[in-house]
Design a protein around this ligand. Structure first.
Ligand code: F6P
Length: 342
């Protein structure tokens, strides 16, 4: 048996831990051979491979990024995409694919398995934690840790100058990073894509924080948008999902706060720092367990399946369950955090 592995979509801490676990168990327990595909689906499309065996995965557990490279290439949009993948897999003698990715990569994997008979197993990854059917994705805990440390540091500089500090974190469609890091870091306002925000209300919270002699920290997810339709239409655009996006919402919000409250405001955009570097212990643990269970799915011929976390158990679910809809922040959870606003 020869198993191909690819990592697709935005990179995320823990990808290498999955690759290592799949290869280690596959070689040691089942005697499998492996082929690494370069740059997500581009690898099987173009036949770009890297040798993958025990030596290649030595020492990669704590390394961020992915030794295989990644891309957002979608073979379903490429001319003869399916035919090219099938031909390359046959030529390379690859019998099954372990596909590690988010919504897009796994969406392709489920269609390749169900519609084109290409046997794929899915492993869910995204720092955004917005895939359904799994309690957590790896990468999220690391991103929350990085954002929380940033918020801790921003508190002290905000207080030294009695300024508002707006922190923009990742999360285009779901506010998990904002909610978790905002709570962990003691933010005074948390704004998420799921709940359009009222700029005047944000300014009231900011003002009340100053009245209590503290400098406010506002955590805003990159996909959060203000409630005021006119304001949105003036400054926003539509993303590929048809959702309203306000590019640079952190900067935009800081300007609004300054204008409306007269208080000095600064913005920190954390960006890709949240995705880089070494994975947290939790993410290494989760990614490793996902990898160990993913190669068992291959052994069992259980294709079209994704490994998922349910409580502390690793379970198998249809890949389609994870990608059918995004897992967004429950309004009750957001409301719970509201106690700390202002
Ligand atoms: O999906 C993960 C993610 O990091 C999002 O939080 C972010 O909006 C996006 O990827 C950024 O993508 P790119 O690295 O392609 O700019």
């Amino acid at each position: 048996m020869r198993v191909g592995i690819l990592t697709g979509g935005g990179d995320c801490p823990g990808l290498n831990a999955v690759i290592r676990a799949v290869v280690r168990k596959g070689v040691q327990e089942y005697g499998y051979d492996f082929t690494g595909f370069r740059d997500g689906w581009r690898g099987p499309l173009d036949g770009h491979t890297v040798p993958l065996g025990i030596p290649a995965v030595r020492g990669i557990l704590p390394r961020g990024g992915t030794i295989l490279g990644s891309s957002r290439t979608n073979p379903l949009n490429q001319e003869n995409g399916i035919r090219r993948i099938k031909d390359n897999l046959t030529a390379l003698g690859v019998d099954a694919l372990v596909t590690i990715g988010g919504e897009d990569t796994l969406g392709v994997a489920t269609r390749l398995t169900d519609e084109y008979g290409i046997p794929c197993v899915g492993v869910p990854k995204t720092i955004d934690n917005d895939l359904s059917a799994t309690d957590y994705t790896f990468g999220f805990d690391t991103a929350v840790g990085i954002a929380t440390e940033a918020i801790d540091r921003l508190h002290t500089t905000a207080e030294s100058h009695m300024r508002v500090l707006v922190v923009e974190v990742m999360g285009r469609h779901a506010g998990w990073i904002a909610l978790h890091s905002g709570l962990a870091g003691g933010a005074n306002v948390i704004l998420i894509p799921e709940q359009p925000f009222d700029v005047d209300r944000v300014c009231d919270w900011v003002t009340s924080r100053f009245r209590a002699s503290y400098a406010p920290i506002v955590v805003v997810a990159e996909g959060a948008v203000p409630r005021d339709g006119d304001m949105v239409l003036k400054d926003a655009s539509l993303d590929s999902f048809g959702h309203v996006r306000l590019s640079g919402v952190g900067e935009w919000l800081a300007k609004q706060i300054e204008k409306r409250t007269g208080k000095e405001a600064r913005t920190t955009v954390l960006g890709h720092v949240q995705r880089g570097g070494t994975p947290s212990a939790f993410d290494r643990w989760l990614a490793t367990r996902f990898g160990l269970h993913a190669i068992d799915c291959v052994r069992d011929g259980d294709f079209g399946t994704m490994v998922a976390l349910s409580g502390t158990d690793i379970v198998r679910v249809p890949i389609a369950d994870a990608t059918a809809r995004l897992k967004t922040v429950d309004p009750a959870l957001y409301e719970e955090a509201g106690v700390f606003f202002g």
